[in-house]
Design a protein around this ligand. Structure first.
Ligand code: NDP
Length: 449
């Protein structure tokens, strides 16, 4: 995987010159540019008027101070971010991440990726991302509330139901959305669904909690059926993470008849050869908010390993990384391939390092990049926006059906683009090309802005 086209290579150099300290952004950009080589050759008009140069530059990047008080009344200061990346096809939309690793490079790569993911959903959604280097882990409820209120006391100026609609991501679940949205409504004296992922009792959509993990499995099922004449049934699946995406990927994979062997958190991972006991996992992670090692205390037949490195050496058919970026490197990929994995779908954003993606693209394993595989979450957020705008509420079955249709359409569009541009069946190329073309057409149509 090398950027051969001179124009695309120049764009990559420009981005590196402008932002020399943003490695995650460079990685996401290079993966996109390599896929765009056939587009620039076949449809050069989709790269005129500096569309690419404009596309890699966020429309707005906001950084702000978040001061709050902890349980001892000590003042704490964190950094808040919101990148409003691209509004060519709709209002800015993307999650908020609270994690100590958050910095402007992480936020910029996430916002950039969101542009193509949101385009792939087929919904009119522009892109954004935000968050803070605040860690919710070990904090009391009151501390979380205090932080969220302070964070929103700046963010509220920049968002709105038709402008920018944040949602959750790592460290921002239903509890944090509640505190953030409550503060937004208080400050604005308005209740108009400016955030998604809300409780269903407060304008949230059915199925938003499950959407990313379920969508991942709907994509997997469609792909395995259509490209390998098989399904998730009886497959051994390795899942990382034990947060929102992981838990609902495990739930749907099990419903499809797969045996899920693993789950993890940043401390370590568990292997349960009998298949993950989902009610137990939910009790530990969702209700009691404990560490994953508690699982083996309550189910001694499972095994716990300190550290996350070894999880990819567990033999499996299907791989679903659902924790964080760059969690699979080249060495992990070698092991997965040696052990005979047939498919890898990225539940987490940019789960694989550049070298791992390079290796996978030369092998006969089905690989789905996050912008396609985990788009179910933002898609149902889009459906939540529609319900809020129309002051209506759709049933779980209706939203589930729409999610399935959206994931099937994403698969179809990725396949179609991969065929049209000479890389039939390469879903990495297909996702990048299909995601790009829609945004590029909109930017061209709107002129230089
Ligand atoms: P959660 O906060 O609910 O869960 C994250 C999980 O990943 C936790 O188990 C966490 O462990 C683990 N984790 C986080 N950082 C690391 C790390 N550096 N090393 C090892 N493990 C880590 O987040 P989500 O499930 O919402 O998000 C997971 C991924 O999915 C992210 O990449 C996110 O961007 C992506 N995503 C999420 C969507 C959503 O709808 N929620 C939509 C689309 C993508 P610990 O508790 O120990 O930190």
């Amino acid at each position: 995987m090398v950027i051969e086209n001179n124009k695309l290579a120049d764009i990559y150099d420009l981005a590196k010159q402008r932002d020399p300290h943003k490695p995650e952004f460079h990685q996401a950009l290079s993966e996109l540019l390599i896929s765009l080589q056939p587009v620039i050759e076949k449809n050069p008009e989709l790269c005129t008027r500096d569309i690419l140069e404009r596309l890699i530059e966020p429309e707005r990047l906001i950084q702000f101070r978040v001061a709050w008080r902890d349980r001892n009344c000590e003042t704490r200061v964190n950094r808040g971010y919101r990148v409003q990346f691209n509004s060519a096809i709709g209002p800015y939309k993307g999650g908020l991440r609270f994690h100590p690793s958050v910095n402007s490079s992480v936020i910029k790569f996430l916002g950039f990726e969101q542009t193509f993911k949101n385009s792939l959903t087929g919904l009119p959604l522009g892109s954004a991302k935000g968050g803070s280097d605040f860690s919710p882990r070990g904090k009391t409820d009151d501390e979380i509330m205090s932080f969220c209120q302070s964070f929103m006391s700046e963010l509220f100026r920049h968002i709105g139901a038709s402008t920018d609609i944040p949602a959750g991501d790592i460290g921002v679940g239903n509890r944090e959305i509640g505190y953030l949205y409550g503060e937004y409504c208080r400050l604005m004296n308005i209740s108009e669904g400016t955030m998604t992922g809300k409780g269903v009792f407060a304008g949230g959509s059915m199925m938003r909690t499950e959407a990313t993990g379920y969508g991942l499995c709907y994509f997997a099922e469609e792909m395995l059926t259509r490209l390998r004449n098989t399904s998730l049934k009886d497959k051994k699946v390795v899942v990382s993470g034990s947060g929102n995406v992981a838990i609902y990927a495990i739930e749907k994979a099990q419903e499809f008849g797969a045996k899920v062997l693993t789950a993890s958190d940043s401390g370590g991972y568990i292997i349960d050869e009998e298949g993950i006991d989902l009610p137990l996992l939910k009790q530990i992670k969702e209700k009691e908010r404990l560490r994953i090692k508690e699982y083996v205390v309550r189910k001694p037949s499972a095994v716990y390993y300190e550290g996350c490195e070894g999880i990819w050496s567990v033999p499996c058919d299907v791989v679903m990384p659902c924790a964080t970026q760059n969690e699979i490197n080249k060495q992990d990929m070698e092991i997965l391939l040696r052990n005979g994995a047939i498919a890898l779908l990225e539940g987490s954003n940019m789960s694989c390092t550049y070298d791992a993606v390079k290796m996978i693209s030369q092998e006969d394993i089905l690989y789905v990049p996050s912008k396609a595989a985990n788009a179910g979450g933002v898609a149902v957020s889009g459906l939540e926006m529609s319900q809020n705008a129309g002051h209506i509420f759709w049933s779980r079955d209706r939203v589930d059906k729409m999610l399935q249709d959206i994931m099937r359409n994403i698969f179809d569009n990725c396949m179609k683009a991969s065929e049209e541009y000479g890389h039939a069946g390469n879903l990495l190329m297909g996702a990048n090309i299909a995601g790009y073309i829609k945004v590029a057409k909109a930017m061209k149509w709107q002129g230089v802005i």
